[in-house]
Structure formats: C-alpha cells, structure tokens
Design a protein around this ligand. Structure first.
Ligand SMILES: [Zn+2]
Length: 293
C-alpha cells in the first residue's frame, strides 16, 4: 500500500478540524452544515477523474495492489446513500463511490490486474477550492482505447424511460426481468445499428415485442430493437454500425412510443446494455445515487 500525495497541507488542517466540529453539532440541524461530495465524473476521453466538494478538505490517495486499485478517501465528507459502482472497461474496470465510515467518503478506481501503477505517476490536483482532478497514466488509457466496446447508442437524444432489471410490467402487472433498456422517443425517430452485423430477424413477432430487428455481430453477440413502427431492413442484409435500421414505434405490448434495446453478448443471455455501450463519460448523479453515462 503506497500513498500518493495531493498538495501541501498547512492551513488545510484547520478547515478540516472545523469541519469535524461542525458535523458533531449538526445533530440538531442535520445536513445543514454537512460537507458533501457534490460531483464525481470519470471522463474517458481524457482519462481524468474529477470531483468537487461543498467545502474543501485534503483528500488522501492510496494505491493498493492485488487487485490494483486507486483509493481516494475524503475525510469529513458525508456521502448519503449506499455504495454505487459502475463497470467501465478493461483498463479501468470500475469506479465505486461510498462511505467507508461515519465521516469518510471513499472513491475507488478498480484497475485491470495487468496494470502496474507507480504512485509517483498519480497526482491529485486542485485548481480551485473544493475542485480536484486526477489524470490516469497513459498506460491505462491505452488499454481502454484498445478494448473500446463495439456497441454505440442506438438512438440519439433519447432519455432512458426504463432500465434493465426486475420490474412490475406496466401492462401485465407481472414481476419479471426487463431484459433491455427503454429509450423514450417520438414515433418515427430513427434507430441505428449498435455495431456492424447481419440481420437475423426483421418484422412482426407475437411475443409482445411488436416489430423487431435482430442483428448478429461478428463476435457472436446479438442486439435486438423492439416495438418499432417501421423496419427498414430485411433478413440476411449486412449492416454497418450507425446505419438506420428501423424507426421508433409502439407496436406489440407497449404503452407509448419507445425503443426497447437488448444486448446478448453470447447470443442468448441479455445483459444490461448500458454496461456494454461505448462510454465517454461516467457521471455520478447524487440526487438519484446512481451513475449516468
Ligand atoms: Zn423494454
């Protein structure tokens, strides 16, 4: 375990002590003075972790081996909510934010075992009070660039209306696994192929998915686009990533126009597509205590 330093201490210690006092008084007026994590962003385009705090403190950075990870502790920072973790890729495998004890927020960057990290290569920098950045070494960025997912978002400017996971179905009322992610979009909005592939199904289905396009990709993965209004492609057709293959609709068992999108990496089992799409930025949304892309 090796520490890497952030910047000089001196007057910072005073503010830390004051924060400690304030939070012990805060029982009468909860959270009013609590020092909080305000933002946390991992920008994959320049391999930089950035975070900001309501009031400044001195973060403590540590590199731990087996498995390799970067731990940044924020003493005096309250993180309300359970630990959240976001899978990222091959070099940086995930980022995690949570509270390690009553008064310390911990951020962890989990790295591939193939990464060897010299703590000297890491610097936590503060350009203005409460704002911190840490650039990851080029060796990590290079691994991630090599392993960039082939899948891109199949729709532009659409919000996620329902994520992957167990839910009570809005129409049937049954509790079942929602095998994809729903993007709300107006009828007619174009749907794009998430990767190069070949059309293995195009047209109506009787299983509630309405008009469907299914693509098989080089690596055996399958992507599925459901409830479409119109299908632009036919079975056997070769498709390029980003090509318009259908348009958004509300066919099948659907309460309104949206795209239901699935990824089956092994061609059979659907996983959370958001874990497999190309990422540019991972942002912690503190209001919902979840990561957003
Ligand atoms: Zn759906």
């Amino acid at each position: 375990m090796q520490n890497f330093m952030s910047r000089s201490l001196n007057t910072r210690l005073l503010s830390l002590t004051l924060c400690g006092l304030t939070s012990s008084f805060a029982i009468a007026t909860p959270t009013a003075q609590a020092n909080r994590l305000e933002t946390f962003v991992y920008d994959l385009t320049d391999s930089t972790i950035a975070f900001s705090l309501k009031n400044d403190i001195e973060p403590k950075g540590t590199v731990i081996n087996n498995p390799t990870r970067i731990v940044i502790d924020l003493p005096g920072i309250i993180y309300q909510g359970p630990t959240v973790r976001r899978r990222v890729g091959r070099g940086v495998q995930s980022v995690r934010v949570g509270q390690v004890d009553a008064n310390t927020t911990r951020m962890v960057v989990e790295l591939s075992p193939e990464v060897t990290l010299n703590p000297q290569d890491l610097r936590l920098k503060s350009s203005q009070p409460g704002r911190w950045t840490m650039k990851l070494p080029q060796s990590i960025a290079a691994i991630d660039l090599n392993s960039v997912s082939n899948f891109v978002l199949p729709i532009t400017g659409a919000a996620i209306s329902s994520g992957f996971g167990w839910r009570v179905h809005p129409i049937t009322g049954e509790r079942r696994l929602h095998k994809g992610v729903d993007f709300a979009a107006p009828t007619g909005a174009p749907i794009f192929a998430a990767a190069d592939g070949i059309v293995t199904y195009a047209g109506w289905t009787n299983d509630g998915y309405g008009n469907v396009v299914e693509l098989r990709h080089d690596n055996g993965a399958v992507t599925l686009y459901a409830h479409t209004n119109k299908v632009y492609v036919s079975k056997g057709q070769v498709i390029n990533r980003g090509q318009a293959i259908a348009e958004v609709g509300s066919t099948g068992r659907s309460t309104g126009p949206h795209l239901h999108f699935e990824i089956q990496p092994d061609g059979r089992t659907a996983v959370d597509p958001m874990d497999y799409l190309q990422l540019r930025q991972v942002t912690l949304d503190l209001a919902s205590n979840s990561f957003k892309d």
